[in-house]
Design a protein around this ligand. Structure first.
Ligand code: AP5
Ligand code: MG
Ligand code: ZN
Length: 259
């Protein structure tokens, strides 16, 4: 029987837009975002032991130990809403995590469907990180210039307080995160490229543009047996256009942003 689960990985340096895009993909793919950074921050907010441990690494811009991170992901994936898959955001971040994830999914008789790499240069990354604001409550992501909340300091989604992330305020820690990313995560990208699962998208487009590029790169498996498209062919004028693949749930992307 075909595997109906969808496990997708989003790669990209800090500030490339993984969180922003993962949130938009959730509804379309019908699987939740699993963002290790968000999970650590939620634990920090609740003052758990895991949160205390994570904070000591995150404030320095360093990676939380693999064993802790992998167990947290395993636990998250065992929750009912993740039964059909997940969109990984910020995980795996090094080869040990990638191998642990592969082993975990193999145990469950499944695997990664695709890994999407959002590319952006360092100057733009810094600009995005420095202007980012995040909801303290639901972790929705905003940007002071590119994507501000409707009301200053208030989350559109939940009314929570919108603040700057602690690890974004410190330029040294931000630079360190970027260094670690290029050093440790680049080999993971090559790892998935080697498995022919990597799709690359241009992260310098606006938020909607990146989302569209991602959706056409992922081309999810048809949800049901695709109906043969038997539309009458329009009178062929000039040259025939290449057939554009339109995702099944295109309607779901209907913009809420129409003024
Ligand atoms: P994590 O929370 O994953 O942070 P990160 O890797 O630093 O990634 P970011 O969240 O900074 O970037 P993003 O790509 O999500 O960008 P966003 O959508 O916000 O990790 C934090 C820490 O946790 C790590 O340093 C580590 O300590 C620990 N950790 C996490 N995972 C771990 C793991 N697996 N192992 C070990 N440790 C781990 O967008 C950025 C900004 O740009 C926003 O303001 C947004 O509004 C704006 N924006 C987005 N897209 C666009 C666009 N197209 N145009 C204009 N603006 C845009
Ligand atoms: Mg993020
Ligand atoms: Zn919120």
């Amino acid at each position: 029987m075909a595997d109906k689960r969808t496990y997708l990985i989003l790669f990209g340096a800090q500030g490339s837009g993984k969180g922003t895009q993962a949130r938009m993909l959730q509804e379309w793919l019908g699987v939740p975002q699993v963002a290790t950074g968000d999970l650590f921050r939620a634990n920090m907010g609740q003052g758990t032991e895991l949160g205390k441990l994570a904070r000591s690494y995150m404030d320095r811009g360093e990676l939380v130990p693999d064993s802790v991170t992998v167990e947290m992901v395993r636990d998250r994936l065992s929750q009912p809403d993740a039964a059909k898959g997940a969109i990984f955001d910020g995980f795996p971040r090094n080869l040990a995590q990638a191998e642990a994830l592969d082993a975990m999914l193999a145990q469950w008789g499944t695997g990664i469907k695709a890994a999407v790499y959002i590319q952006l240069d360092r100057d733009q990354l810094m600009k995005r990180i420095m202007g980012r604001r995040t909801c303290k409550n639901c972790q929705a992501v905003y940007h002071v210039e590119f994507n501000p909340p409707k009301m200053d300091g208030v989350c559109d989604a939940c009314g929570g307080e919108v603040v700057q992330r602690a690890d974004d305020a410190d330029e040294v820690a931000v630079a360190r995160r970027l260094d670690i990313y290029f050093e440790q995560t680049t080999p993971v990208i090559d790892y998935y490229r080697g498995k022919k699962l990597l799709k690359e998208v241009d992260g310098s487009l606006n938020i909607e543009g990146v989302q569209q590029a991602m959706r056409s790169a992922i081309k999810p498996k048809p949800v049901r047996k695709a109906k043969p498209i038997a539309r009458p062919v329009k009178k062929a004028s000039k040259k025939a256009k290449p057939v554009k693949r339109v995702p099944a749930k295109k309607a779901a992307t209907k913009k809420a942003t129409r003024k």
